[in-house]
Ligand binder design. Structure first.
Ligand SMILES: Cc1cc2nc3c(=O)[nH]c(=O)nc-3n(C[C@H](O)[C@H](O)[C@H](O)COP(=O)(O)OP(=O)(O)OC[C@H]3O[C@@H](n4cnc5c(N)ncnc54)[C@H](O)[C@@H]3O)c2cc1C
Length: 477
């Protein structure tokens, strides 16, 4: 009898794990268990009454590098090429990103000329910070916060304006707590290998073999900065769902896993409330903190480590305006914590993807709220009402973008614990988890945003790697 692999969690990581398992020549029996009625996890696209698309989670996927290319390959294999909406390299959404500082929007400098010129809000041309970086000695610590690393190498302004904002934009997190080694591994590695981050980035990490397809070549030739899908990014999990079903994967929805136990024969019993599943191997693609509550007593040391990988919440407010114009054209802007502790940034969705504006077209922007403001509200037990978030978001759009008229359409969602935080020493947590799994020979593989990257590409790669490691132990593989 073939082996049974149960995958926990139908977000993009669990779906990607099933996708790669389902393509194996000797396919094990694969069962995907999702706790809610919908697949996709944080990837969720909603259509407005005029046909406009509102992304409640991710809104763009980067095509760069081997991971970006692998995702595009999967998109082609799913037959989605004609649905792809690219942001080409010469488009304003690819070229312009802004910082909102001191009540004004400033373009982030790009290219050599941009670095040589004075570029407020930075007091000196960034060229000088770069020159200083080249002369700095290599750090000696095995890990460092993003803030301390950037301050040491590029100076206090780059640390407190640029990297502070970037950490808020990507992780909704605090650069003074997040780990450089885990959040920006390429910067950490560049310093380790070449002593200088700039030198390391210029010389590159060496070309890893990249998958090739017509779509990958097109993305490279047109210098895409990101892409979406015509009907929203949720088309990706929906297509994966259809593909998996056609390949014989059982997809169980509305079945939250409530416990895992090890049986005498070494197999898992996966408890689903009223029923249970037997599994030879489990791939967990649920958040680390969720898995920590499911593990049996024998795996208590692993559960203790996973419990410490926490996540922060983000309120996503999608706004649509009729007859309004943005003061600038670009991907969007980020807001450093010193400027506004609550507003992480605003994405100008209509600039990157005007095809999703609806009929007649309306201007769409998304305000992301979170950070210390939201943490303080949560800690004080304040009522986190839709009205509060809508009011904060409208105020931000009015002050920061001049969108003073009331929006024609508004969606408010508070995503609780949606972005894992790789805080200082995160790599040690991963090491202990790996060591425990290897020493105990537990038939369990970890995937998902909690571990080695939160971007959609990272999550898909974590699912792929989980599938590869399971297939390696298949008797007939
Ligand atoms: C607001 C926001 C904006 C983002 N923007 C971008 C972006 O623009 N670009 C980008 O690349 N990335 C972005 N990201 C990051 C990216 O979307 C996520 O990191 C990624 O989608 C996480 O996927 P996952 O499958 O690992 O986890 P999840 O999406 O959390 O999926 C986990 C799944 O497990 C299920 N589950 C939980 N408990 C159980 C249980 N007990 N039993 C069964 N199932 C269970 C959940 O219901 C869920 O479906 C964004 C994230 C957020 C929140």
């Amino acid at each position: 009898m073939g082996r049974t692999v149960v995958v926990l969690g139908g977000g993009i990581s669990g779906l990607a794990a099933c996708y790669h398992l389902s393509r194996a020549p000797s396919l094990p029996k694969v069962i995907l268990v999702e706790g809610t009625e919908r697949l996709g996890g944080w990837i969720r696209s909603v259509r407005g009454p005029d046909g406009a698309i509102f992304e409640l989670g991710p809104r763009g996927i980067r095509p760069a590098g081997a991971l970006g290319a692998r995702t595009l390959l999967m998109v082609s294999e799913l037959g989605l090429d004609s649905e792809v909406l690219p942001v080409r390299g010469d488009h304003p959404a690819a070229q312009n990103r802004f910082l909102y500082v001191g009540g004004a929007l400033y373009p982030l400098p790009t290219g050599l000329r941009g670095l040589l010129r004075p570029s407020p809000p930075f007091s000196k041309p960034l060229f000088w910070a770069g020159l200083r970086e080249l002369t700095k000695p290599r750090g000696k610590e095995p890990d460092e916060t993003v803030h301390s690393f950037t301050q040491r190498r590029l100076g206090p302004e780059v640390a407190s304006l640029a990297m502070d904002s970037l950490c808020r934009g990507v992780f909704a997190g605090n650069s003074r707590e997040l780990s450089i080694r885990s959040c920006f591994p390429s910067l950490f590695q560049a310093e380790q290998t070449h002593r200088s981050v700039l030198l390391g980035l210029l010389l590159g990490a060496g070309q890893s073999p990249q998958p090739d397809s017509a779509l990958v070549r097109q993305a490279r030739a047109e210098h895409w900065s990101q892409w979406s899908l015509r009907g929203g990014l949720e088309m990706l999990p929906q297509s994966l769902d259809a593909h998996l079903t056609s390949r014989g994967v059982s997809v169980l929805r509305g079945q939250p896993v409530c416990g895992l136990s090890l049986q005498a024969d070494g197999r898992w019993k996966v408890s689903l409330g009223d029923s249970s599943l037997d599994a030879d191997h489990v791939i967990s693609a649920v958040p680390a903190s969720v898995l920590s509550e499911l593990l049996p007593a024998e795996a208590a040391p692993l559960a203790d480590v996973l419990r410490t990988i926490t996540a922060v919440s983000v309120a996503v407010v999608n706004l649509q305006y009729r007859g309004a114009r943005l003061p600038v054209q670009g991907f969007g802007h980020l807001v450093p914590s010193s400027e506004d502790p609550g507003v992480l940034g605003i994405v100008y969705d209509s600039v990157a993807f005007p095809e999703q504006d609806g009929t007649p077209p309306g201007l769409r922007v998304t305000v992301m709220l979170g950070g210390s403001w939201l943490q303080t509200l949560e800690a004080n037990g304040c009522a986190l009402s839709q009205e509060l978030f809508q009011q904060q978001a409208q105020e931000a759009a009015a002050t920061q973008l001049g969108l003073k008229e009331p929006p024609s359409h508004c969606l408010v969602h508070l995503h609780k614990n949606c972005i894992p935080q790789y805080t200082l020493g995160h790599w040690q947590k991963l090491e202990s988890a790996k060591q425990f799994l290897a020493a105990q020979k537990l038939p369990l593989t970890l995937a998902g945003a909690s571990y080695e990257g939160v971007a959609v590409n990272d999550c898909i790669e974590s699912g792929r790697q989980a599938a590869v490691s399971v297939l390696r132990t298949e008797p007939n593989s």
